[in-house]
Design a protein around this ligand. Sequence first.
Ligand code: NZQ
Length: 385
Amino acid sequence: MFNFSFENTTKIHFGEGKIAALSKEIPANANVLFVYGGGSIKTNGVYDQVVDALKDHIFVEFSGIEPNPKYDTLVKALPIIKENNIDYILAVGGGSVVDGVKFIAAAAFFEGDEPWDILAKQAPINKALPIGAVLTLPATGSESNIGSVVTKDGNKLAFMHPLVRPKFAVLDPKVTLSLSERQVSNGVVDAFVHTIEQYLTYPVNAKVQDRFAEGLLLTLVEEGEKVLQPEYNKDLEVRANIMWAATMALNGLIGTGVPQDWTTHMLGHELTAEFNIDHARTLSIVLPAVMKVCKADKHAKLVQYAERVWNITDGSDEQKIEQAIAKTEAFFVAMKVPTRLSEVDVDASKIDTLVKRLEQHGMTQLGEHQKVTLDVSREIYQLAL
Ligand code: NZQ
């Protein structure tokens, strides 16, 4: 195992009715910016619960953050923050709202010319407004991590900083009941791929991280397949297990002390930026091809994955790996997400553009060994056709 320092300071309030807890988490004298997305919270009761919990606070609303949050939308919050002396931001929504709020929180104190430099130039962040989150879509882990992904003019870029980690997050599985089947599937698949990207590299004898990761993968497969069945679709225990698994998949715990490989995400981000494909659906398309192209480097962990997650114990290593990749694809099919670019109308003629975008964004040495060059990325996209 590699050396590491681990900290996760986000306080989690988990369970039905927990939105009320935010009234005590946000300082009584704070001027709060209550931020949300396109309005789903107004039809599922979440907005009313938040307003009720904020009844003794001074707050201003900022809404309209879209999926894959756009820079141009987010910067509109900055003058509102100044005018209202905002000193706390509450994000209510999915990963896009939480990511958008992280950017706003850092941009509020940005001293350069253009806050986009936080992403484009990874400009230093010295201060950020404190953030709280009410999560409505379990998927990204953004509610308790330090990452944020923002899009501007077809460039989907990420930044990370401990100052934007939410102080607290409310996870009420009941609020996920209003999600569409597509969003539920997307969430399960996103969390599954987060786990894989911190697990499917090479062994460093990190038994705790490996077994936690395998536990998350097993949970996501079991509960993911269940949640799409009519008899379990509204089951709050299933929803709770998915929600907690998604948070644990990207809160830093399973990624400490181990190599990581974010190739699938980086190649996926270009697909979303270029073709507006849902984030998780880019991952289900790219991951199987990554597993195939990077098979040699991932050999030992692929065998472990086959044995421990898919219970494949017969046959040669090569056969186990083939079957594990096939099982992964079958799981994605069962989750009703695409596994080929052809399913989302992207053909071979688009690959040059995608590879050029990767180059522009400095994604030229991806993977746990930095061996995923632009040529290897091209091979991955081609295999995913
Ligand atoms: O905008 P509203 O009206 O809230 O509707 C949203 C949106 O249309 C809707 N929704 C959310 N909760 C709902 C609901 N609809 C009904 N009932 C509810 N309870 O779902 C739609 C999608 O929401 P979004 O926030 O975009 O989804 P998700 O949570 O999957 O977030 C995706 C974003 O997170 C980034 C992705 O790249 C993408 O931009 N990621 C962030 C990461 C991080 N910060 O660590 C890691 C991830 O891998 C990912 O890259």
